[in-house]
Design a protein around this ligand. Structure first.
Ligand SMILES: Cc1ncc(COP(=O)(O)O)c(C=O)c1O
Length: 378
């Protein structure tokens, strides 16, 4: 009854970020930074809800950007450190990035050689993304160390190369991983790249450190990072995206119609492909508040999105009552890698964006309309 997500001021559909949950995640990250002596920056690719940046910036050191536009968002909306990594930069990207960033990591020696003089002249710290050839990510789509990966330089390709302008290495091979995966990755880095480490100033350990997930061994992460930092006298940087916004709020949707074909199908006012694409890409089954597995509760429904895509289906869920047209469906944990990936496909109404503030009140920060849809097209 008192569930704040049921606040009638929250429109449907709407992504609702719960400020107190975000702050709890940030406080945990502050502890990791202090106790391990490391710096944590936000990976904008996973969470770019800049209306929360005044809060995020109180705890994290800045952002990492995958592109010029993300670097601008970092610089203009958070205004703290800006780091950049992209698989490849065009000359025009570098012209812009040198005005925006503090660190830049290159994905290849070719890119480093092409841009090093310009970047060094701008006083920006340069790094190389290395490939530790060590696999931890469960889903191949998210595994940068899979064979044939285009991401990162392999140890054998660094042999004999002049790295005099390089101050750091960047490693990213985790995805929703625990601290033991981070420890094994550090071992792989040491095994393949140990001789370079004493000459570096910093080591960026990328994202995928899901330290805010229940059961994550935060003390083990802290001990692992601290030991490595002290051994090599390195500044250690982590750049999580998911972990920052993990479990910080739902996507609120509602039932628009119920049709029948081999069982009841509820059609919602959101679209899996347009508003929660990881459900189809990964794929995964999002949790719905109050719902169970098929047949676990009395009434089982297939839940579908409101686009013409035949496969715009979320999954089967059971409820303890018959669903009603207009009833709210709350998809849990829909803040990271959702808002950043949405599209206007089919012109399905784009979910609004709001914040459930610490005092329990709801603040609508963005509503989309026809003009937004039109202006993205031409
Ligand atoms: C280079 C890099 N850094 C950071 C991240 C953020 O990872 P996560 O959101 O899993 O923490 C990613 C995700 O793909 C990445 O590619």
């Amino acid at each position: 009854m008192n569930d704040p997500i049921m606040n009638p001021q929250i429109p449907s559909p709407c992504y609702v970020c719960e400020e107190s949950k975000l702050e709890t995640n940030l406080q945990l990250m502050e502890r990791v930074q202090k106790e391990a002596g490391v710096n944590i920056i936000l990976a904008l690719k996973g969470f770019s809800m800049w209306s929360t940046f005044p809060l995020v910036g109180q705890y994290l050191q800045g952002c990492t950007a995958s592109s010029v536009w993300e670097a601008k968002l970092a610089k203009y909306e958070m205004g703290k450190e800006v780091h950049a990594y992209s698989p490849a930069y065009k000359p025009a990207d570098i012209d812009e990035l040198v005005k925006l960033v503090n660190h830049i990591s290159f994905n290849s020696l070719g890119q480093y050689q092409r841009y090093k003089d310009q970047v060094a002249a701008a006083g920006i710290s340069m790094g190389l993304r290395i490939n530790p050839e060590h696999r931890e990510a469960e889903t191949e789509l998210y595994d940068p160390s899979a064979p044939g990966s285009r991401l990162g330089i392999m140890a054998k390709d660094l042999e004999g190369v002049d790295l005099s302008g390089i101050e750091g290495f960047h490693v990213h091979n985790l995805c929703e991983c625990d601290s033991f995966a981070a420890e094994r990755t550090l071992k792989a880095v040491e095994q393949r790249f140990a001789k370079y480490l004493p000459k570096l100033k910093w080591l960026n350990l990328g994202g995928g450190h899901l330290m805010t997930r229940q059961g994550y061994d935060v003390d083990h992460l802290i001990a692992t990072l601290k030991a490595f930092r002290e051994k090599y006298d390195l500044e250690i940087i982590l750049e999580p995206g998911s972990a920052v916004a993990w479990q910080t709020g739902p996507l609120v949707a509602e039932v628009v119609d119920i049709v029948h074909n081999e069982g009841p199908i509820a059609i919602l006012d959101i679209s899996a492909t347009a508003h929660m694409p990881d459900v189809l890409e990964m794929p995964y089954r999002p949790a719905i508040r109050g719902a169970g597995l098929p047949q676990e509760k009395a009434y089982t429904y297939k839940l579908g999105g409101n686009s013409c895509l035949a496969g715009d289906v979320i999954d089967l869920y059971s409820f303890d009552h018959e669903l009603q047209i207009g009833e709210r469906i709350i998809f849990e944990d829909m803040i990271h890698y959702t808002m950043v990936k949405t599209t206007f496909f089919n012109g399905v109404e784009h979910p609004s964006i709001g914040i459930l503030q610490k005092d329990g009140s709801f603040k609508l920060v963005r509503k989309f309309d026809y003009e937004d849809f039109r202006d993205k097209l031409s």
